[in-house]
Ligand binder design. Structure first.
Ligand SMILES: Cc1cc2nc3c(=O)[nH]c(=O)nc-3n(C[C@H](O)[C@H](O)[C@H](O)COP(=O)(O)OP(=O)(O)OC[C@H]3O[C@@H](n4cnc5c(N)ncnc54)[C@H](O)[C@@H]3O)c2cc1C
Length: 635
């Protein structure tokens, strides 16, 4: 850029031009910056403190129910979280093993510091990417398009795209009982200037809140009074690229609150900022504080408390399940009623944090702002909660900023193909009245969106947008072919009612056969696994454990999967009916006023998206479909 740059008010010098500026070094910012730089965009990431890149201000873990699915999907698309989680985990477990594969969810206990260091190092080594410790204090917008940012040192940077991934820092306010002060998480500085600048640019902000429990010293805990929780014997990595799954290094421990704990809380509810109306921000329904749990589930005698290590080289332990904003003395009293924590020493006090964020219905499905082109939002700033939700949005925003600058079709993942698509669609179409956390129940297509097949669903898309290398894609195609060949091989084998077979069936308490049966139909029987049928199948090719798992799931759940695939076809038909972003809904006769207003505000991309907007009825959708047909006839 050689034309002379006019410095905006308050700026001291011109820092240069970037294709993409990412504001935030949290889980969203990291994925956004890596995606845009890996797609060839000159990118810079700003963070208030580089030592807390990819920080885990809440539980030191990655994954869990539905969150594990997101991490797998991020990896399948070419994102980074899965790889770093595999390199820095302390304990790994698949949750919900007792249920069906749709809800199997990988969760790892992470070494918080090691995770930060590993992600920071990846950022530092990435081409086209600069990383800078600075607070962005101003956003500059001209004629409805971003122009650049100014940082606290007075440097002014011009940019073609800016991604806001500011997490819980914007006007961050810490609350502990009657004590409250301006602050970011973990004792970090808040970002107090950017909010004003965003308001000046016409961005509407609102207050959300979240909370975290205390951290205590391991040496003050009596683990003999708790249940030890071990990791899985066979470790399943997050990344489809991870060769060495690693080993478990630590245990977690389970204890419970009790009547005494609940009494301490009830006796001090009058000192609770939450119940004293001192907290303005709206908190996450699905990550309630302990005082909230005691009030809302008053009939419950006890609540689970997990003691989780924060890292390999620290004595800090995370007290999962005891998030709170009660005064510090009350926190200590309630913790010391819990079995094993009678003499506990708090290293960090539990607290609540309030922060500014947006209403995500002000974004397009690409996560670009409708009113300010070139400006994107990602993560907690968009009203979600959780590292994995943040990382998923960061990836989408980073990819779309790059695709926009390359003049290519945007990446819009639909909800029938991924949890990431479900997450973004829920946020931008329905909005969220509280911090949005992903759950498997949010998807209509759970059986299709399993964590085990994230690559089969998304790696071709990752390859098409340019984040998956040709080598990786070749490996993926080989895996896919091996699975498909094995499924059709098993469907083609007819197992005869020979003595050996009848003996085998009898030994496994399985129904006998009188005529030949397809091997795949035998595998459908609940008493058999793919491994077990090897006894009847001498010609079987060598498959990797993940390929074998895929074959087994696809055959065993074939009926349910086909039924969901038919539902997806119906869904896709409505998604493929695209709507012009500038359609004037006031001109469509028969639409109800509420529907006109909602459609004009959300600017749905398709009739399918329109049908998910609250306040748009099926009758309105019929009117819209007729209108589209008429348009087709007249053009
Ligand atoms: C106290 C607390 C409790 C939480 N509890 C839960 C929970 O129970 N369950 C759950 O799912 N999630 C919880 N979370 C949320 C979880 O931490 C976030 O969802 C996740 O970290 C969001 O990632 P992010 O990238 O959007 O933002 P963050 O991880 O918050 O990162 C934001 C980044 O933006 C940078 N930044 C901000 N403003 C500026 C600026 N103006 N200039 C430069 N850099 C800037 C910061 O330095 C930081 O690097 C909690 C978070 C906190 C703080």
């Amino acid at each position: 850029m050689n034309e002379t740059i006019t410095l905006p008010e308050g700026a001291v010098y011109y820092g240069g031009h970037y294709d993409v500026v990412v504001i935030g070094g949290g889980h969203a910012g990291c994925e956004a910056a890596l995606a845009s730089s890996r797609l060839g965009m000159q990118t810079i990431l700003f963070a208030i403190n580089l030592d807390t890149i990819a920080n885990m201000p809440c539980n030191p873990s990655i994954g869990g129910t539905a969150k594990g699915h997101l991490v797998r999907e991020i990896d399948a698309l070419g994102g980074e979280m899965g790889r770093v989680a595999d390199q820095t985990f302390l304990q790994s477990r698949i949750l919900n093993r007792g249920k069906g594969p749709a809800v199997y969810s990988l969760r790892v206990q992470s070494d918080r510091r090691a995770y930060q260091a590993a992600m920071k190092h990846v950022l530092e080594q990435t081409d086209n990417l600069d990383v800078k410790q600075a607070e962005v204090t101003k956003l500059h917008v001209k004629d409805g398009h971003v122009e650049g940012v100014t940082i606290h040192t007075g440097a002014y940077y011009t940019a073609s795209c800016v991604i806001l991934a500011t997490g819980t820092f914007l006007k961050g306010r810490i609350i502990i009982g009657d004590v409250s002060y301006s602050g970011g998480p973990d004792g970090l500085f808040p970002a107090n200037s950017l909010s004003e600048s965003l308001l000046d640019c016409g961005v509407q902000l609102r207050r959300f809140k979240t909370g975290t429990p205390a951290r205590v010293n391991r040496k003050s805990i009596d683990f003999s009074k708790m249940e030890e929780q071990l990791g899985d014997e066979v470790i399943t990595p997050f990344s489809f690229e991870t060769k060495d799954p690693g080993v478990n290094k630590v245990s977690c421990h389970l204890t419970y609150t009790n009547a005494q704990t609940h009494q301490v809380i009830r006796d001090n509810l009058h000192r609770s900022p939450l119940y004293g109306g001192k907290i303005e921000g709206i908190g996450p329904r699905y990550c309630p504080s302990i005082e909230d749990k005691v009030v809302r589930f008053a009939d419950k005698e006890r609540h689970q408390v997990f003691i989780e290590p924060m890292g390999e080289n620290t004595e800090e332990m995370y007290v999962q399940g005891m998030s709170s904003s009660l005064p510090e003395d009350v926190q200590l009293a309630m913790l010391r009623t819990i079995s094993g924590l009678e003499n506990v020493k708090m290293m960090r006090t539990a607290y609540a944090i309030e922060y500014d964020c947006i209403d995500p219905t002000s974004l397009l499905p690409t996560l670009e702002f409708k009113q300010i082109r070139g400006l994107y939002g990602a993560g907690q700033f968009n009203g979600s909660s959780g590292y994995e939700e943040a990382a998923a949005q960061g990836l989408v925003a980073g990819v779309n900023a790059a695709l926009k600058l390359q003049g290519k079709e945007p990446l819009v993942l639909d909800r029938s193909g991924s949890y990431i698509g479900t997450l973004v669609d829920d946020l931008v179409t329905k909005g969220t009245p509280e911090p949005y956390r992903m759950m498997t129940s949010r998807s209509e297509y759970r059986l299709l969106l399993r964590q085990d097949n994230a690559d089969l669903r998304l790696t071709p898309i990752g390859y098409k947008i340019g984040l998956i290398s040709a080598e990786r894609y070749e490996r993926f195609l080989q895996k896919k072919a091996a699975i498909e060949e094995e499924i059709s091989r098993l469907q083609g084998i007819v197992v005869p009612p020979s003595d050996t077979v009848l003996e085998f069936l009898k030994n496994h308490g399985s129904a006998t056969i009188t005529t030949g049966i397809r091997m795949s139909d035998l595998l459908k029987r609940p008493e058999f696994t793919y491994e077990m049928l090897a006894e009847l199948d001498a010609e079987r090719p060598h498959l990797t454990p993940t390929e074998a798992e895929q074959v087994e799931i696809q055959i065993k759940y074939e009926g349910y999967i086909n039924r969901q695939l038919r539902q997806v076809e119906a869904f896709r038909r409505m998604e493929d009916k695209l709507l012009d972003e500038n359609l004037d809904y006031d001109k469509i006769d028969g639409l109800r006023i509420e529907a006109r207003q909602k459609l004009a505000k959300i600017k749905p991309r398709s009739v399918g998206q329109a049908s998910r907007i609250s306040g748009v009825s099926p009758a309105d959708i019929s009117v819209l479909l007729i209108y589209l047909e008429q348009q087709k006839l007249h053009h």
